[in-house]
Design a protein around this ligand. Structure first.
Ligand SMILES: *[C@@H]1O[C@H](CO)[C@@H](O)[C@H](O)[C@H]1NC(C)=O
Ligand SMILES: *[C@@H]1O[C@H](CO)[C@@H](O)[C@H](O)[C@H]1NC(C)=O
Ligand SMILES: *[C@@H]1O[C@H](CO)[C@@H](O)[C@H](O)[C@H]1NC(C)=O
Ligand SMILES: *[C@@H]1O[C@H](CO)[C@@H](O)[C@H](O)[C@H]1NC(C)=O
Ligand SMILES: *[C@@H]1O[C@H](CO)[C@@H](O)[C@H](O)[C@H]1NC(C)=O
Ligand SMILES: *[C@@H]1O[C@H](CO)[C@@H](O)[C@H](O)[C@H]1NC(C)=O
Ligand SMILES: *[C@@H]1O[C@H](CO)[C@@H](O)[C@H](O)[C@H]1NC(C)=O
Ligand SMILES: *[C@@H]1O[C@H](CO)[C@@H](O)[C@H](O)[C@H]1NC(C)=O
Ligand SMILES: *[C@@H]1O[C@H](CO)[C@@H](O)[C@H](O)[C@H]1NC(C)=O
Ligand SMILES: *[C@@H]1O[C@H](CO)[C@@H](O)[C@H](O)[C@H]1NC(C)=O
Ligand SMILES: *[C@@H]1O[C@H](CO)[C@@H](O)[C@H](O)[C@H]1NC(C)=O
Ligand SMILES: *[C@@H]1O[C@H](CO)[C@@H](O)[C@H](O)[C@H]1NC(C)=O
Length: 462
């Protein structure tokens, strides 16, 4: 039998032997992906992994999984191949787990994982060489840059430079993203031209739970922040979105009648410069599920096409007429707040993504830019309010600010909580009356049943 003191000594040694430090090897000529994989295997648990200040070629997709308590210092950069067909071939054959929109080049999975970039703007970057894809409008077999499927994770000071399309996908839990940077603006085009337009260059796709994004600076051609099915308890604050962002967006939800949900989202303190939308909610016609408790607050618009946008009736306009909503339903919206918007509207209601006729974002009776467009499905949007909206078309006075809204789609009593007159024409602010309490569309079945019983009892008493 071993002496007790020896056992103690052995126990105290275990964490030491498990914790490790790895430096990722770099070759000037070869694919660095095998070295990256090796470092993340050798240092999978209780470790620190350091990339040197160098341009690593990540020539093949990698899947870094089973990580536990790992801190990564990305002091260098990671470069995707510049050969388009090589990227397409790799993404077509990789076993990396696909995301909602595409398959990621980097798939990262585990618990307690931090990836720390650099204070130096040149380092801590992911280079996608996307412009060569944008220049020729190549949208075949494009990768998502990365998936961070982590519980308890941190992404700090990472840069995404000329991504091919979608940036970071976050399906994980308990995540922080700090000081994220995205450069997906072409050298070669403006927001209003199809030339080199950076299609689908979403900044962050969030489908996880308890995620805070604090600090974001980006130029892109699609959503800056896209909050999608499954997302819950999200805060995204202190950001700037330039070039031709498609907004701080919820959705799309409910495609093909799907039951999808998003709950508890706060967007606060953003500047949207040149965006097609400032704040946006989009669900497909005939969708199911709900989006509940979403706030957009303290938003500055600079030349934005539509400040505030909700559609519960989206469809592919370029593929023919609106499909019949046979289920006569929509993804429900409840407790949405748009508060403190200021700034200017653009001269153009769309951008270079407008490559079909009608345009994907055409709205009946759109003639110029709008402060607000509400395209609601009858009776399925409850307790939506708009407060303190001070936006005006470029070079015009605020009395020419207009909205599109169809009051026949409002739920009974909803005009009282709305904060503006739901009528296509000038923006007319109205006093917001307290919610009737009907705003809880997303409540559980039991609560709903109790409410019903209470209502019946009260009804029989009166
Ligand atoms: C996490 O890993 C570090 C080594 O990188 C180690 O010092 C620390 O004790 C580990 N934390 C836990 C909770 O195991
Ligand atoms: C690293 O790669 C980027 C992208 O190609 C390039 O702009 C930069 O000059 C490279 N840096 C070094 C030190 O080679
Ligand atoms: C690009 O990749 C393709 C497919 O992997 C390959 O056939 C071709 O030789 C590569 N081109 C260059 C210039 O390396
Ligand atoms: C992708 O893979 C499928 C079969 O798995 C194949 O039919 C197709 O040609 C591939 N496309 C490219 C561009 O490699
Ligand atoms: C600009 O875009 C056009 C095609 O849209 C392309 O032919 C040209 O190479 C691009 N120029 C640069 C500098 O990327
Ligand atoms: C994330 O990881 C979990 C397992 O930890 C897995 O079940 C899930 O499918 C993964 N999600 C994505 C989008 O990769
Ligand atoms: C949410 O995530 C943060 C890390 O970003 C963590 O500190 C916090 O405990 C999490 N909250 C819950 C309720 O899990
Ligand atoms: C708002 O966000 C910007 C970054 O876009 C930041 O510089 C500023 O301090 C934030 N303001 C507040 C009140 O937090
Ligand atoms: C109607 O709802 C069902 C599920 O309840 C779904 O399978 C079907 O696709 C929906 N139809 C349409 C046209 O959305
Ligand atoms: C609404 O969502 C915000 C942001 O996640 C959260 O702070 C707040 O507690 C939520 N409110 C309710 C009533 O759940
Ligand atoms: C508005 O954008 C569309 C699509 O990008 C473009 O065709 C049109 O010329 C633009 N109009 C103005 C006035 O810039
Ligand atoms: C809008 O305001 C301007 C002055 O700011 C005024 O001259 C104009 O008549 C107003 N137009 C309408 C339609 O009220």
């Amino acid at each position: 039998m071993l002496p007790f003191s020896f056992l103690l000594l052995a126990a105290s040694l275990i964490p030491k032997t498990r914790s490790a430090e790895c430096t990722v090897a770099h070759s000037a000529t070869e694919d660095d992906s095998p070295s990256i994989l090796k470092a993340f295997t050798d240092c999978q648990v209780d470790s620190v992994i350091t990339f040197s200040k160098a341009n690593y070629s990540a020539s093949t997709p990698v899947s870094l999984t089973g990580l536990k308590n790992v801190t990564v210092h990305l002091n260098g950069n990671l470069l995707l191949p510049q050969n388009v067909s090589a990227v397409q071939h790799s993404i077509n054959t990789t076993l990396n787990q696909p995301s909602t929109y595409a398959t990621p080049w980097f798939y990262i999975q585990g618990e307690d994982v931090s990836i720390i970039g650099s204070d130096d703007p040149e380092w801590g970057a992911f280079h996608g060489f996307g412009e060569q894809w944008w220049n020729v409008g190549n949208r075949i077999l494009r990768p998502q840059l990365a998936t961070f499927n982590v519980t308890n994770g941190l992404l700090r000071k990472l840069k995404v430079i000329k991504p091919i399309a979608w940036g970071w996908n976050l399906p994980g839990k308990n995540l922080r993203v700090e000081d994220h940077f995205v450069d997906a603006a072409p050298h070669n085009g403006t927001r209003d031209t199809t030339v080199s337009f950076p299609f689908n260059t979403d900044g962050l796709n969030l489908s996880g739970q308890n995620i805070t994004v604090d600090g974001y600076y980006g130029h892109n051609g699609d959503d800056c922040i896209s909050v999608i099915n499954g997302a819950k308890d999200i805060v995204a604050q202190n950001g700037f979105c330039g070039f031709s962002s498609h907004g701080l967006s919820i959705g799309s939800l409910g495609k093909g009648g799907a039951v999808q949900t998003v709950q508890n989202v706060l967007f606060k303190n953003w500047t949207m410069d040149g965006a097609v939308y400032g704040a946006r909610f989009k669900s497909w016609t005939g969708g199911q599920g709900f989006a509940d408790n979403v706030t957009w607050e303290d938003i500055t618009l600079v030349g934005v096409s539509t400040g505030i946008f909700i559609t519960q009736n989206y469809y592919d306009q370029d593929k023919g007429a609106r499909p019949t909503n046979t289920n006569n339903t929509s993804t429900k919206v409840s407790n949405f707040k748009f508060k403190n918007f200021k700034g200017s509207l653009a001269t153009n209601w769309t951008d270079g993504t407008c490559i079909s006729n009608p345009c994907w974002n055409f709205v009946q009776s759109i003639d110029n830019t709008k402060a607000i467009i509400f395209d609601l499905f009858p009776g399925t949007a409850l307790n939506v309010s708009v407060e303190n909206i001070d936006v005006q078309p470029h070079d015009l006075s605020s009395n020419s600010t207009t909205v599109i809204c169809d009051s026949s789609a409002l739920a009974p009593g909803e005009q009282a909580t709305l904060g503006f007159l739901c009528k296509t024409g000038p923006l007319v602010a109205t006093e917001i009356k307290a919610s009737s309490g009907a705003g809880k569309l997303a409540q559980s079945g039991i609560e709903a049943m109790l409410g019903l019983i209470l209502a019946l009892v009260l009804g029989s008493l009166l």
